[in-house]
Design a protein around this ligand. Sequence first.
Ligand code: ZN
Length: 450
Amino acid sequence: MKLHLNKLVLALLVLGGAMSPAVFAQDAASTGVIFENVRIFDGTVDRLSGPSNVLTVGNVIKAISGAPIPDPPGVTVTRIQGGGRTLMPGLIDGHWHTMLAAPSMAELMQGDLGYLTLLADTEARDTLMRGFTTVRDMGGPSFALKRAIDEGLVVGPRIYPSGAMITITGGHGDFRSPHELPRSLGAPLTIEEELNFSQLADSPDEVRMRTREQLLLGASQIKLTAGGGVASPHSPLDVSTFTEEELRAAVQAAGNWGTYVGVHAYTPEAIQRSIAAGVKVIEHGHLMDEASARLIAEKGVWLSFQPFVDDGFTPPLPPSSVARLRQVWSGTERTVELAKKYKIKMAWGTDILFSAANATRQGALLALMQKWFSPAEVLAMATGTNGELLQLSGPRNPYPGRLGVVKEGALADLLLVDGNPLADITLVADPGKNFLVIMKDGKVYKNSVR
Ligand SMILES: [Zn+2]
């Protein structure tokens, strides 16, 4: 039986080698879309282009021209009348949690991965329909959903998965109850570990192993929690968690795979220790001081920033967490000031957790950035700049090619916007109304152009 199975697999491999790639290549190359009469925000500059036409073939932007573009030979083309509207890159959320955005904390703790994945599937569709064609997933078991999306089984954004967030005993991401302690050698895994939402590691060796496990699963980058957090029960904001040696173990293991570590860190101590260990991206950073801002800039480290402010939408969290959230909010203004002063490389993300209702505000949290930045700066952050951040994954980048820009040769993730978002950034807060076309990887998922 086993032999037969092997023969079958072999036969499929041979057949596949002979037929499929060519067939797929022809399929992909033989369909295209031409956006006529659009004005382009290309993801980098602060103005729109003159009236232009844009051709995509397969999953790539093939041509951008002021002159009409004829149908390329051998390509079946759909034409979309832009009517002078804005064509821009698909949005990128630099700090998203595919598996944690929609469920409540109680649903998460029930530990029914089947249900959680189905919930995340629905949320992934909604995410794409909000114009987010790519997310950088900073914690949670998103590998299966990513695979199903990439295979076309379900609809959702491109996912750059971190896999489990790696933490210490008592750190951000350790949700255990007192009765689960003390942990003894050979004890069963916690439910969060079993489902790969978070993994506990208390030595450089354990960190190395947990990091390598996520890389085995297909992580495009690694996430550690270097300090206390808002949503978890045991870690006050001021604490630093991993030692420098532990952080370095993760950095080395990720580096051996050609990729990098991003850390959850609010405080100067957590930020500085992480940078000393070779961490490339600081997630959050809302309680940084002048010295840590200077260090971030000097070392060319990225700040992955979220607009955490009191805008009347407190996430559903217990009172102790809300108190910590207020502490974070109090540092947001200063962090933006410092980031501007030291010209820190700043990515943008939302980090929405535990609420499908809050998740609908993903675009609104982008528009909120106009508190500190011009609309063009805001949009560039969520497109061209975030696209640059994704390149840090190097050979572990699951979607090689340029994302976040409208340029010839870039991957075809595009939005047609009814209006000019450089004049009115709030357009992105109502994607159902204002995003008329949503294209990901050359495929049109929404087209409401009449
Ligand atoms: Zn997060």
